[in-house]
Design a protein around this ligand. Structure first.
Ligand code: HEC
Length: 460
């Protein structure tokens, strides 16, 4: 190839580049509704649709246009979609995020005055998120609807949802179905397994109790949750075995479930799903909530049982220094746990309350390699997900897991419940505590490692 050929070649390339560049620029110039609607339908309308948690629906052209300024603000500030984890650190299968091109497309559409284009070409996504779910095997209603007082403050309830079956079985997963979707903020629930050889009467007693409660044991007795085989048939102070975190809910969150052979648990014929707690956001109109549970049985004993590790408050590892946050300070705390056998981590859940500012968890192997788990640069009390990895994260035997939590107890923290700030520490409750006390917890769901785990997909 001589100089002339090279020149003409480069020239052609320049022309081709110029033409294609012109074309994309021209295409970019006209972002119309049909271009941005699929993004908003897929990434926003799971919550912003009638009957879901979002404060308004984002489906039709009119709906999206009329909230355009708020949408711009929420995208620019990173407030929406709600996904506090840093995606530059680790990625998850359940993440709710916009890619940069998606975000820019929506912002451009708004900036250009939201061109409608031919809206007849837009498909409306009105299918329910439940389309992936089969018919449940068991439905457990609340025994009595819960009255949520419209006094404009948060409400926390301890709730029991008892059931009785003909025989013991296995469960694949449990889905909490909120009734007052705009109010139910989060739910954390456990399974109480009753030993058939003992006496109990868990359908009787209080069906739910509003927090804070003074004495947990007395409360559980009044709720009929403790065994009743004391000498005089009175309630004992003994609760049955508890399988933690079998029910979990946040707006937009589907039940924590993995591929068919992973997870699931034994469901005795006598049991109670014990929610401690259901958190209802503030409302100015009193209403009743009749949320319920859908239970999906498993055909057999779980092939790969899933366990849960818990670090920090009430957990297997100590917080250092002790969790005391003086007023007008920003302070960090650490908790570390040694891992004696190799495990495959499936999902993680960091937990703090209102003073939380940032969170970071990782593992360090005995060879001093670091394995990232999660980083949250800007904590948001309202969005505390169980973050599910795409593939198991293998933590070799001899590693330690480290979690570091930073709290902001100054007036610069808009969520600080105290004005002026006061000293805040861990509450001394049994299971549940007030949001104005602090907690530092790190939960991780894991399986015992099997060769090949690092390549399997865990998504259902
Ligand atoms: C997981 C559920 C969920 C998803 C996904 C979601 N939102 Fe929201 N959105 C909410 C909830 C709940 C609120 C009310 C939050 C509050 O007031 O704290 C909200 C509030 C908003 C607001 C109101 C902010 C204000 O100023 O009042 C806007 C705008 C918004 N969302 C836009 C979006 C957009 C755009 C997307 C997609 C890119 C999206 N949301 C995705 C649940 C969601």
């Amino acid at each position: 190839m001589d100089f002339k050929q090279i020149f003409s070649c480069v020239g052609t390339l320049i022309i081709i580049f110029f033409i294609s560049n012109c074309k994309t620029q021209k295409e970019e110039e006209i972002v119309t509704f049909k271009d941005i609607a699929p993004i908003i339908h897929q990434k926003c309308a799971i919550c912003h649709r009638p009957g879901e948690a979002g404060p308004f629906s984002l489906i039709t052209y009119q709906e999206i246009k009329s909230h355009a300024n708020k949408i711009r603000f929420s995208l620019e500030s990173g407030f929406m979609p709600p996904w506090p984890a840093d995606t530059n650190y680790t990625r998850f299968s359940n993440e709710l995020i916009l890619t940069l091109p998606e975000k820019n497309k929506i912002l451009k559409w708004i900036q250009d005055g939201y061109p409608a284009g031919d809206t007849s070409k837009t498909k409306y996504n009105t299918t329910s998120v439940h389309k992936n779910f089969r018919k449940p095997d068991l439905i457990i209603p609340l025994q009595k609807p819960i009255l949520v007082n419209g006094n404009g403050v948060d409400h926390f309830f301890i709730v029991k949802m008892p059931y009785q079956l003909e025989k013991d079985t296995f469960v694949q997963y449990v889905e909490f179905v909120p009734h007052q979707k705009k109010l139910v903020h989060h739910v954390n629930g456990h399974l109480l397994k009753y030993d058939s050889k003992r006496k109990f009467d868990y359908f009787k007693g209080l069906t739910h109790v509003e927090e804070p409660v003074e004495n947990f044991v007395e409360t559980y007795k009044k709720m009929g949750l403790t065994y009743t085989d004391a000498k005089d048939n009175k309630p004992t102070s003994i609760l049955p075995v508890l399988i933690p975190n079998t029910v979990y809910y946040l707006p937009g969150f589907l039940p924590l479930r993995y591929k068919e052979n992973i997870g699931g648990f034994y469901l005795p014929k006598n049991g109670v799903f014990f929610l401690n707690d259901i958190h209802y956001g503030p409302t100015h109109k009193s209403c009743y909530d009749s949320s319920y549970l859908r239970v999906y049985f498993a055909p057999q004993r779980p092939e790969r049982p899933v366990y849960e590790g818990q670090m920090g408050t009430h957990g297997m590892s100590k917080i250092q220094p002790p969790l005391i946050i003086p007023p007008n300070t920003i302070k960090s705390f650490t908790t570390t746990l040694s891992i004696p056998t190799t495990i495959s981590i499936l999902a993680v859940n960091p937990h703090m309350h209102l003073l939380g500012q940032s969170y970071w968890a990782f593992a360090v192997t005995s060879h001093r390699d670091t394995i990232p788990l999660i980083r949250i640069n800007k904590w948001n009390f309202n969005w505390q997900y169980y973050y599910i990895f795409k593939k198991p994260v293998i933590i070799p035997a001899g590693s330690i897991i480290v979690a570091i939590a930073t709290y902001n107890n100054t007036t610069n923290n808009p969520f600080n419940p105290n004005h002026p700030p006061i000293e805040v520490k861990e509450g001394d409750g049994f299971h549940s505590m007030k949001t104005t006390d602090e907690m530092f917890q790190f939960f991780f769901q894991y399986m015992l490692y099997k060769p090949g785990d690092d390549t399997i997909s865990i998504q259902p």
